[in-house]
Write a protein that binds this ligand. Structure first.
Ligand SMILES: *Cc1c(COP(=O)(O)O)cnc(C)c1O
Length: 381
């Protein structure tokens, strides 16, 4: 491992995130995209993803499939939206942030009939309003929602949304990009038809592809529906299935090798439950530490995910996010700007190859770099 350069800083962002040296090491070889050994690896990754999505439910493994799609996570979202909704279908998007809005934007560009229920960037999803709308308008065929809305860090209650979606006989699409692998999810119990995530979030791989866990029967109905060639989810599935792990177009081979290693490390860590516990511990050290330094969180604790947290920028004339950011980068930590339009915030992620000791080091680095507090102490002294 020692020949690998050390990382210049720890990424406290929601992806790409800090990876282990062994995940990065796995990329140091070139692999042939149509070689049997490589294709078997792809098949094994696909099977392991289905297993992760169905904890302790081997009887359901046959009912779900996974498909890998080249590109960033948005390409996989676009692949689902563009490939599973028939011409006469209609999509309802439940949004409380940027990523929910992006789903509606994709539908609009693809000329898919779509209604956006927007609860505002800091609002919770109104389940009664959802139930009423689906009861009044019977034309909806699909409902899409983001699980962890990375804009704020809110965890939307998919376990309460799913029964409403199913009561009204709609298919359920979940963008679980920044949560899958970080919290236990049972796609069968949640009746999710299409779940989307990507290599570089809670599985702790590097960027380059996303993946879809799909209900096999639902995906089987999607032949010929796609509005794109390269993002045709059905064709990509058929290509991988019939070609025994072969990608239709050039595969991100290095990223796939790194992902295989990342899956092994998730298993070695003890699986999703133990990874969740580490993230939860990281998160509580972060939030308690930040509160002790006078920072406050945008969301209340009950709606907050343990993956990424939004903090208000201090209201102090001498405070400037860029200066704070650069000082922390110098100290070895990269934090994330805010994305909420009507609140002055920044974000700190705690997923990736990041441990409680790192969060404790971060809190002391922040304490040493609250330069605006020091200047006010000086003026009041
Ligand atoms: C990261 C993320 C995406 C995908 O973003 P890309 O930049 O395309 O990888 C989509 N949805 C959510 C909720 C995310 O956190």
């Amino acid at each position: 491992m020692s020949q690998l350069p050390d990382n210049p800083y720890l990424l406290l962002t929601p992806g790409p995130l800090s990876t282990s040296p062994t995940v990065r090491q796995a990329m140091m070889k070139d692999w042939c995209t149509w070689d049997d050994e490589y294709n078997q690896l792809v098949q094994s990754i696909r099977a392991r993803l289905v297993e992760l999505a169905l904890p302790e439910r081997p009887e359901c493994f046959d009912q779900y499939v996974s498909v890998l799609i080249q590109g960033s996570g948005t390409a996989s979202v676009e692949s689902v939206i563009g490939s599973v909704i028939p011409t006469q279908g209609k999509l309802l998007v439940l949004a409380n942030g940027h990523y929910g809005q992006r789903i509606a934007q994709i539908a609009s560009v693809l000329n898919i009939d779509c209604h956006l229920m927007d609860f505002g960037e800091t609002g919770a999803i109104d389940l009664d309003a959802l139930d009423r709308l689906l009861a009044e308008d019977l034309s909806f065929s699909h409902v899409a929602v983001v699980h962890c809305e990375t804009t704020t860090g809110r965890l939307n209650p998919i376990e309460r949304i799913a029964p409403i979606v199913k009561k009204h006989k709609c298919d359920f699409i979940v963008d679980a990009m920044s949560s899958f692998g970080g919290v236990t999810m049972d796609v069968a119990a949640l009746e999710i038809d299409f779940l989307v995530s990507s290599a570089n979030k809670c599985i702790q791989g590097v960027p380059g592809f996303g993946f879809i866990i799909a209900n096999r029967n639902k995906l089987n109905d999607c032949q010929g529906l796609a509005r794109s060639v390269s993002l045709d989810l059905y064709d990509q599935w058929q290509g991988m299935k019939n070609g025994n792990g072969k990608w239709r177009f050039t595969s991100p081979t290095h990223t796939v090798r790194a992902f295989d290693q990342a899956l092994k490390e998730l298993y070695e860590e003890g699986g999703i439950n133990l990874r969740y516990q580490r993230y939860a511990e990281n998160h509580s050290i972060l939030v308690e530490g930040m509160r002790s330094l006078g920072f406050s969180t945008l969301l209340d604790d009950a709606s907050q995910s343990p993956f990424i947290t939004t903090f208000f920028n201090p209201e102090h004339a001498d405070y400037n996010f860029k200066a704070f950011y650069l000082r922390l980068k110098e100290a070895g930590f990269v934090i994330y700007p805010g994305k909420v339009s009507d609140a002055d915030c920044f974000r700190i992620g705690n997923i990736g190859h990041v441990f409680p000791e790192d969060m404790a080091r971060l809190i002391s680095a922040i304490e040493q770099n609250c330069y605006w507090q020091k200047s006010s102490d000086l003026t009041t002294a």
